[in-house]
Design a binder for this molecule. Structure first.
Ligand SMILES: Nc1nc2c(c(=O)[nH]1)N[C@H]1C(S)=C(S)[C@@H](COP(=O)(O)OP(=O)(O)OC[C@H]3O[C@@H](n4cnc5c(N)ncnc54)[C@H](O)[C@@H]3O)O[C@H]1N2
Ligand code: MOO
Length: 392
């Protein structure tokens, strides 16, 4: 059996980011840019008023001006002002030819078509957004590797970009195995358990912005599992199996994986929960055999699957590790790294009750996983431990 660190290192040695694709900007939120974006145009594309008011020649500001027309936002035509003239102008409208300054409408007096200015702070260019002041045509608008946040998407749209090259989100198949599984909402017959693993995994993946998720159910039957696994590998970048990865007579994941040409990278990790974890690859595709217990599934997801999925999309891991002081003593046997469901607050961490891997009630309350060293047995109050903060 390998250690948690060895398992993580082996996984990262087998992952590279997916090939970039070109997508509509409107669908690019949450993706990482795979190529620099350059501005095609000067933005603003014309000198623009930032206020509702009057466009003037600054040199005329001390004299009475004659109103000769209007420039509204979106106007397709322009006008020209001569010395001693002004034009009505509105926020976002192009400056008329000849104007260089805008006076707010609150700072003038108007009598019919005659305008006098009362703005003691007026200066040349006031209330004008210069052409190209946001960005100049040909300038670098965004570096590659940038995460497309809502603001980044808005900025690119605002400079006229409608397609971007990004690292795609992986396509993911989830295969839940087990003939005991029943869908939530249906009546449980004797021996059945509600199927929850596809729910927790899909929810966690959707939370990361991954939308292409297909869920398959496979009975505890080798032939069925082989077929489902083959289909899943063909249509996805990552396959997550749950259950059937241990040593029972109906645990067929390892055999099905071999049949499908999956190269086993490791099986079994010195950890609790999630000891029978399997990881393999086929070409560039990643196959995780997650132990069936619901809590093992999620613990392995945050430790191994999530960082992998992030790397595929060229993103950094969203599970952050911090150091925290234990609020209660805790003991365990030596030999396995333990991941305890915990509550972290202000540098202190408390293990929750109900740590067994068949239970999710504590996970549902937890905001972190507490990492307990493989060898150490006794953990005293105030011991400083590594804590994985789970995404909100
Ligand atoms: N003799 C041994 N037995 C077991 C060992 C071992 O080392 N020697 N390891 C135990 C550990 S640890 C784990 S974890 C489990 C993992 O077993 P499998 O991956 O083969 O999982 P299953 O047996 O199929 O299921 C385990 C458990 O989880 C429930 N389950 C499965 N799928 C779902 C689902 N989609 N939703 C909800 N619950 C699910 C299933 O009913 C079982 O109760 O093996 C131990 N045994
Ligand atoms: O490792 Mo298992 O996941 O303890 O129940």
């Amino acid at each position: 059996m390998i250690s948690v660190k060895e398992a993580k290192d082996l996984i990262s040695q087998h992952i590279t980011a997916l090939n970039p694709i070109s997508i509509d900007l409107a669908k690019a939120s949450g993706h990482v840019l795979a190529a620099e974006v350059y501005a095609k145009y000067d933005i603003p594309a014309f000198s623009q008023s930032s206020m509702d008011g009057y466009a003037i020649k600054f040199a005329d500001h001390e004299q009475e001006l004659t109103l000769i027309g209007e420039m509204a936002a979106g106007t397709a035509t322009t006008i020209t002002i001569q010395n001693g003239q002004t034009s009505r102008i509105f926020t976002g409208a192009p400056l008329p030819e000849g104007a260089d300054t805008v006076v707010m409408q609150e700072k003038i007096t108007r009598k019919d078509e005659k305008i006098t200015l009362q703005d003691s702070n007026l200066k040349l260019g006031l209330n004008v957004r210069d052409k190209g002041s946001e960005i100049k045509a040909g300038a670098l608008a965004m570096e590659k590797g940038n995460l497309l946040s809502p603001a980044a998407i808005g900025f690119l749209a605002g400079i006229g970009i409608n397609k971007v090259s990004v690292y795609p989100m992986p396509k993911i198949s989830i295969i839940v195995t087990g003939k005991e599984l029943q869908q939530p909402g249906k009546t449980l017959e004797f021996g059945q358990v509600y199927e929850s693993n596809s729910y927790s995994l899909s929810a966690a993946l959707k939370y990361e912005g991954i939308e292409q998720i297909v869920v398959y159910e496979a009975d505890d039957d080798l032939e069925i599992l082989k077929k489902v696994l083959e289909t899943a590998i063909e249509s996805s970048d990552v396959v997550l199996l749950t259950g059937g990865v241990s040593v029972g007579d109906y645990d067929f994941v390892i055999e099905a994986a071999t049949h499908c040409g999956i190269k086993q990278i490791f099986h079994k990790v010195k950890q609790k929960p999630g000891k029978p974890l399997f990881f393999g690859t086929k070409d560039q595709k990643l196959i995780f055999g997650l132990p069936g217990n619901p809590s093992s599934v999620l613990s392995c997801y945050y430790n191994y699957v999530l960082p992998s999925v992030k790397t595929l999309s060229h993103k950094s891991n969203s599970v952050i590790e911090v150091q925290a002081a234990l609020t209660h003593p805790y003991s365990k046997a030596a030999g396995l790294t333990h991941f305890l469901k915990g509550k972290y607050e202000n540098g202190l961490v408390t293990p929750l009750s109900a740590q067994e891997s068949y239970r999710l009630s504590s996970f549902a309350q937890a905001n972190c996983l507490i990492c307990l060293d493989e060898i150490q047995e006794q953990f005293k109050k105030s011991n400083i431990l590594t804590v994985m903060i789970l995404p909100d």
